[in-house]
Design a protein around this ligand. Structure first.
Ligand code: HEM
Length: 526
């Protein structure tokens, strides 16, 4: 056969099978492209953009964001699938974060998209902007800085440590029971913040570990909110409409939360009508309302949204922080030893304030020893260790903002209305260029300056409570509670982490541990 004839024959055959051939070539090119890029931290696919990368990393989302920040850039723009309306600017660049949260605050509100995803929190302080937010901010500030409320919450924490937390640990020590640190401190934080809000303890921190419908419903709600952040909006809306999957859980969680909170609000109002005095948050809000004539805050809905926001703010953050902190300290013996040394000095000063030696000591020390929060305020190393733990494991790993007008961030990224800005506090605490090569190590020393004081340089890079007008107003309360609980636990008990566990963060809007952390407890002998 002649060469031309052969070519013509091949050409005819190719024309016949061109659809199959195109598909095969497309598959080959895609495979080749996939193999070249598969080890990249982030892939921009045709049509789907970064969505396959999100799905591949959803189980380790916070570590993945750290990888992006350290290996690619502190700021990336992810458009997402064409149909998904993702369009996210993800940043952990401190210059951008200061600009968004402080310098040009008014251009970056939480916005309607966030409110839609967090609709469980209603019109609570986390969800609202402008005048609604300003009113709530003022009320929260009045309550949280008042001496009356601070004394009340200080006393609540001390009682909870003494009457519930330490007895449970003593029981575990005596019986060799294994405890889950996260469960223990989530219960502690729930009781503590619930009592601060409503003036009565729900007693979820007790030996029998009772089930807690309200706390479980809050967990389900938090999980649902996370899924709303990684699913295309249309999909979670559809799940909600069909009442299936995570959205079904959200609907049930809302019912349970409303049922419990409205009941507690009604008890509270009844108590106040009967003239029973209390210094809890709801009582403070209602008193402020009576004094200033702010009628809107008396409504059940307002009080429901407020109490839920505070429960969410105080319980999840303090509970998870304490679990991460005690896990890190118990697995880093030289840090534990330094904290204990500081606490020993506090105890010594308390027992012998004049420094008279043994003759000046009033009574032999009782066991367990519980510290006054005032005595813990000045402890530099304990504070440094807590900041270091919060750097590595900020309980709220992400925050989100919208964009009002087109703007250019300090690193040159243009942001437009309709985009979502995600700020990763988790990545900010793990940036290699900011914290050094040892950024993964738990080193409280980085927070102490040459003069033995808390380093202002390190504090200027501290974002777990965020910065600017919407920075956490509960920061002092959180430190007081966490120090009181941590100091009492460490001083009276040794915590031994059960070997063979991998402790990793859960992919969630709150930095829970994936499987908690199991520990054995021993009474500390001095
Ligand atoms: C370790 C403990 C805590 C950490 C790390 C923490 C962190 C944060 C962060 C990052 C925000 C900003 C959230 C955002 O803008 O999206 C925030 C807001 C807030 N936090 Fe905390 N928080 C803690 C404990 C508490 C406590 C104990 C309370 C009070 C009971 C509290 C009350 C609030 C409130 C009311 C807001 C909303 C502020 C606003 O939007 O103006 N927090 N917190």
């Amino acid at each position: 056969m002649e060469f031309e004839t052969l070519l013509a024959l091949i050409g005819t055959q190719l024309i016949k099978i061109w659809p199959e051939l195109s598909v095969a070539i497309f598959c080959l090119l895609s495979l080749r492209w996939y193999h070249t890029h598969k080890n990249e931290v982030l892939m921009h696919w045709p049509i789907l953009d970064v969505y396959p990368s999100i799905l591949a990393n959803v189980h380790r989302i916070h570590h993945w964001i750290v990888d992006i920040a350290n290996k690619i850039s502190c700021t990336i723009v992810a458009r997402g699938p064409v149909f998904g309306r993702l369009d996210v600017v993800l940043t952990s660049d401190p210059r951008n974060v200061d600009y968004i949260l402080k310098t040009n605050f008014s251009n970056f509100p939480k916005g309607p998209q966030l409110k839609e995803a967090f609709d469980l929190l209603g019109d609570g302080i986390f969800n609202v902007d402008d005048d609604k937010w300003r009113l709530q901010k003022r009320l929260a500030h009045v309550a949280l800085v008042s001496k009356e409320f601070r004394n009340f919450t200080g006393a609540v924490t001390r009682k909870l440590v003494q009457d519930a937390l330490l007895p449970i640990m003593l029981h575990a020590a005596k019986h060799g029971t294994i405890l889950d640190l996260e469960d223990l401190f989530m219960r502690f934080a729930f009781d503590s913040v619930f009592t601060a809000i409503f003036g009565r303890s729900p007693n979820s921190l007790s030996l029998s570990s009772p089930s807690n419908e309200l706390a479980e419903a809050i967990d389900d709600g938090t999980e649902g909110i996370f899924y709303r952040h990684v699913m295309p909006r249309g999909l979670w809306k559809l799940l909600g409409w069909l009442k299936v999957g995570s959205e079904r859980k959200m609907i049930e969680a809302r019912k349970t939360i409303d049922h419990h909170l409205l009941q507690h609000i009604s008890f509270k109002k009844e108590e106040m009508r009967e003239g029973i005095q209390s210094s809890d948050l709801i009582a403070m809000y209602l008193t402020t309302q009576a004094q200033r004539g702010e009628t809107s805050i008396h409504s059940e809905e307002f009080l429901r949204d407020t109490s839920l926001s505070f429960l969410f703010a105080g319980r999840d953050s303090t509970g998870t922080s304490l679990a991460w902190f005690l896990w890190l300290v118990s697995t880093t013996p030289h840090v534990e030893a330094k904290i204990l040394e500081e606490l020993k000095q506090v105890k010594k000063r308390k027992e012998d304030p004049e420094g008279l030696g043994a003759r000046g000591t009033a009574e032999p020390a009782e066991w367990p020893w519980v510290f006054d929060s005032e005595d813990l305020k000045e402890l530099v190393y304990l504070h440094a260790a807590m900041c270091e733990s919060l750097r590595l494991n900020p309980p709220l790993p992400l925050t989100r903002r919208g964009v009002v007008k087109e703007d250019v961030l300090p690193d040159g990224t243009t942001v437009r209305p309709g985009q979502k800005i995600l700020i990763s506090m988790y990545a900010m605490g793990r940036l290699e260029w900011l914290w050094g090569k040892d950024y993964q190590e738990f080193k409280p020393e980085r927070w102490v300056d040459d003069k033995g004081r808390i380093s202002q340089d390190a504090m200027s890079k501290f974002y777990p409570f965020t910065v600017g007008p919407r920075a956490c107003p509960g920061r002092n309360m959180a430190f007081t509670q966490m120090k009181s609980a941590a100091a009492a636990v460490l001083f009276n008990f040794c915590i031994e982490v059960v070997e063979g566990q991998i402790v990793n963060p859960m992919s969630s809007i709150v930095l829970h541990m994936k499987n908690g952390v199991r520990v054995r407890i021993k009474q500390r002998v001095w």
